[in-house]
Design a protein around this ligand. Sequence first.
Ligand code: HEM
Length: 419
Amino acid sequence: MTNHPEGPQACPALRDYDPFDPGHLADPYPLWRLAQREAPVFYVEKAGFWAVTGYEEVLEVARDPETFSSRESLNFRPVPEHLRERLPNGFPQGYPSLINSDPPEHSRIRKIANQTLTPRHVAALEPSIREIAGGLIDEFAGDGRVDIIERFAIPLPVIVIARILGVNEQDLEDFQRWSNAAFLMSNPNLTDAEFEQCAAEHAELNGYLLERIAERRSAPRDDLLSRLVHEEDENVRLTDAQITSVTAQLLIGGNVTTTDLIGNMMLTLLSEPERLGGIRADTKLIGPAIEEVLRIKSSIRGLFRTTTREVELGGAALPAGATVWLVWGAANHDAGVFAAPEDFDPRRPNLVDHLSFGKGTHFCIGAPLARLEVNIALELLIERLPGLGLVEGQQLVYPASPVSQGVDNLELEWTVPPW
Ligand code: HEM
């Protein structure tokens, strides 16, 4: 089947598809499975972009940055007039560096960034992540009930990334406020006033980072920011604009994704009690269970590319300049790759073939860190909160975003011993 913006599509459900419909956000899989059968690549009239849902087609896009460019992938609204002086290079994460650049520029920056967040650096963070996660749990363990998103899943990744970057403890509160604003800004549903507020906070973050970068130039420390400042490739170092961009992308990429993974994980494991029971009985299943949660409910629903030429993909003819929505979440449920894709099975043989961290050029630089954080989180939550379960009858709110897939709230309860 060939479909294009001007022509009618054969299947009415795809023609009328609204990616932000609350029912679809709660359970997108029936529609995505239908698309995989009928038209794995189709035009979403209500949103003005092409959806790529089939596993093979998603891989084809991810592996061909020449045809499917990432340059426009963080195309936010323009910087408000009154902030232009404070943001001469635009919003920091919008300056081309990692997720929004193409090879060869991307390759050089990525090579330097890789050196600053190696498996060795990540492994060394374990005690500090344990301390942060344990401290957060201490604050509510005696209460018997908590919104795990607000009190644990949101603060954990932001505190971890702040420590990695080298943010001073006294700046942590500001840093958390700026991090939230940086992420919120990508939300297309913000009002102009809300956007302006986030943009102003983002300008503060930019100023803060530039000051810290200047400090690290004269006096390096043992932190990621210092490594970004001093690491080089063929005697070329990153510019201040590139460093602030990489930092902002680490911040944005590393926060809400990990928050969503923790929420999705607790929801998936607790919605059928024997799932958590199985993990309690055999803690070696923690890692595989996290991979299966990533597959079954990927924190990133989809990300964007722009075609640089006309191209045939999955039976559809895409024009040059088309916006392409790469739906990792759908590809992870492709029945041609994952048998019984709706089943939660941490023992499935191709567990790690999921695409939740992307594939190819832009494969997630923070995947080892996210895996470590969430492993520690699950281990400690199970250990510290006996009889953990979902609070019955709660109304879950799903973010109306083409990018993130999680829950905005999740109430958990457990048994508190009387002593
Ligand atoms: C569960 C957690 C996470 C998920 C599901 C996730 C998912 C992804 C995906 C799908 C991509 C590919 C983007 C593309 O192809 O356009 C990506 C890239 C990226 N992620 Fe993550 N991520 C997570 C955690 C993190 C963390 C903890 C960090 C930072 C420490 C991070 C930083 C980044 C950056 C900077 C990129 C761009 C890499 C590049 O373009 O070379 N992510 N992530």
